[in-house]
Design a protein around this ligand. Structure first.
Ligand SMILES: [Zn+2]
Ligand SMILES: [Zn+2]
Length: 247
């Protein structure tokens, strides 16, 4: 997924399978490539597009990847270098023609061009970040994988408020139905109802349900979303290739 603002670097949110489609678009544009990726965590579904990202086959391409420092003190670059290398892939990540720059972050506030970026640790499985990106008075919060409290409460913790409060668009984990969550309560995810709670408590008007369970089909997703539409909250189901314009 990417955030595109005229005159600014492209901001890419996570580096999963959708990155391949984005790469094809970028290559077609035939322009010098320098973008920033905000990486939530290192689970496969968030990094496996990286070796297939064709813009990096050009030797003047640059991708700055901001992602979570690892528990054991292992740097982000070291962890990714261990994941993407022979024999798992023909090329090591640092052997691509383009340049990957890896920057370890945790709870930080920083700028990329005119984008104001906030990263905060959020509950999942292993070190995981959520992000808030603001520019020209417009704000987007991205919490791709968010563990709902085990205790049955819908408590929204402070770091989540810091990311989400009053933002224009919230892209949030909605992986499990309540019945599935009972079985997989400690798998690091949440229900659409918890996503709605986060949206409402943080005064957000547009929620994008994201991180769908791979077994869910389109009609099941529509049904899950329809059930959560309520006064003052627009609920959108994320789909490959979808564009949302904010102004
Ligand atoms: Zn994960
Ligand atoms: Zn995930």
């Amino acid at each position: 997924m990417s955030l595109n603002v005229v005159g600014q670097q492209q901001i890419i949110l996570d580096l999963g399978t959708g990155l391949q489609y984005l790469g094809h678009q970028i290559v077609k544009e035939k322009k010098p490539f320098h973008a920033t990726a905000l990486l939530s965590h290192l689970h496969w579904d968030h990094v496996q597009g990286m070796p297939f990202f064709t813009p990096m086959m050009s030797d003047d391409a640059i991708l700055d990847v901001y992602g979570p420092a690892q528990e054991s003190g292992v740097q982000l670059q070291t962890a990714i270098t261990e994941m993407i290398r022979p024999p798992m892939f023909p090329l090591g990540i640092m052997d691509f023609p383009g340049t990957f720059n890896f920057i370890d972050i945790s709870d930080n506030d920083f700028y990329i061009g005119d984008f104001k970026i906030r990263s905060r640790q959020i509950p999942h499985v292993g070190n995981t970040l959520g992000f808030r990106v603001e520019i020209d008075g417009i704000s987007v919060a991205y919490l791709s994988d968010h563990q709902q409290p085990y205790d049955g409460s819908f408590t929204v913790i402070e770091s989540v408020h810091e990311l989400v409060d009053d933002c224009d668009l919230l892209i949030h984990d909605s992986q499990y139905t309540p019945a599935e969550f009972k079985q997989k309560f400690n798998w690091g995810h949440c229900t659409p109802d918890f996503a709605v709670q986060v949206a409402k408590e943080c005064r957000v008007k547009r929620l994008v349900m994201f991180h769908h369970d791979p077994l869910r089909n389109d009609s099941a997703l529509d049904e899950l979303a329809q059930m959560r539409v309520s006064e003052g909250l627009e609920v959108i189901v994320a789909a490959e290739g979808m564009t949302i314009t904010l102004q």
